[in-house]
Design a protein around this ligand. Sequence first.
Ligand code: NAD
Length: 486
Amino acid sequence: MLDDLPRNLKDRLTDPGLLPGQGDFAGEGRLAVRDPATGDLVAQVAISDATGARAAVDTAQAAFPGWAGMLPQDRAATLHRWHALILGAKEDLARIMVAEQGKPIGEARGEIDYAASFVQFYAEEALRPNIEGVTSHLPDAEMELWREPVGVAALVTPWNFPCAMITRKAAAALGAGCTVVIHPSAETPLSALALAELARRAGFPAGVVNTVIGDAATIVGEWTGDPRVRALSFTGSTEVGRLLYRQSAGTVKRLVMELGGHAPFIVFGGADMDRAVAEAIKAKFATSGQDCLGANRFYIQRPVYDEFCARFTKAVEKLTLGPGMEDPDIGPLIHDRAITKQIAHIDDAVAKGARVLTGGSVAEELGPLFFRPTVLADVPDQAAIMAEETFGPVAALTPFDDEGEVIARANATEYGLVAYVHSLDPRRIYRMTRALQYGMVAVNRTKVTGAPIPFGGMKQSGIGREGARQGLEAFTEIKYVCRDWA
Ligand code: NAD
């Protein structure tokens, strides 16, 4: 399959072996992978069907006792080797990601570091004691809690972070002693296959890591219905999350769901405006706006509203747009549905009274998937952009008057992933962080993620947490043992 690849991607890699061209249990079907910057065919990947998806579970199930029974230090050593191989292949992995996902190469390199950090973290966490004693409430009884791996875990990931969303799940599951079946998004199979190839080289025993490419509904549908799959960890849209939640009910799986977000970005009068503007740019335009943590609604207190609008717009106008390999600030969007959504949200907001301060259109000179970074001001709460994920480089700004009002408006959403607050008043910060119904609250900064923190959302942004010690929970069961030696 490697020969199907256009020379340009092959030539850009020092190790073309990172492009195996097919997943596990592949059949005759083919999936075309295209470069969002150019529309060029990047690869044809052989795909699996329902039979292949089932075979992956057979294999993972067969490998489970051996992997779960291995000494933790041996499992950890395998994860450490995978970590080193990922970092060693950083440049190639970043280039593969740019070719299929489009993100700027600097961001792609950053994602590889982020992806690798989960593997290192869970290699270490795999060694921590997983037995707790309980102070007995029964005479002559001795009590312990053991944490045991659940079994086969299915991992389903999106295209916006093609490597990190896989390792955030896989490293935790593997560290806990589970075996995994992985289904990446159809837009970004090459990054998943490269990680799988590195896992093979790291020496995971056969059947422990299985990567299955194919039609999502077919492959994942097979797994949600299979009683041998004991956990499902999904990252993607809330809409698909709801569907998989229902599908998993029949076999009562352990679930982790990292779903959509609709982050409010709140700036109070008296905030450090230089910082607020700089952090707002990061919160909106990282990953070209295609980020579950992306700020969708900007609430600016009225006395500083005009100043913020002017300074933010000036900063947005300096952002560069271009193909990922040129390392611009913003790359192409993933597909034409994303472009349609930007335009629909802008048109709807303008029809309801918003003003376009900058941007608002496709940068045709670069290609059909490049959208100019856009700022909308005076966006009313009734506009679709204030409720639905835009998932692109369009910022919606609106003024507010007081704290109670902005808390109510910020919480008036089905989502609850992350909220950003800018203020220098410690009492206000305390009240805001208490009142915001979000799994993560960032104060006077944007970057909050990393392997040691429990990432996740409240309300319909998800179930459970990933990263940190908490990231192991969905992949383990508690077994309570009560002994009497008498
Ligand atoms: P998506 O829901 O369309 O797809 C995610 C995954 O689900 C893909 O692997 C896809 O193949 C699979 N899938 C799609 N339809 C399916 C079906 N009918 N049955 C089974 N599987 C199916 O999401 P996306 O467009 O790839 O990613 C963007 C979304 O992901 C956004 O909503 C974003 O907020 C969310 N996201 C959340 C986080 C987080 O950690 N909370 C991180 C990144 C992205």
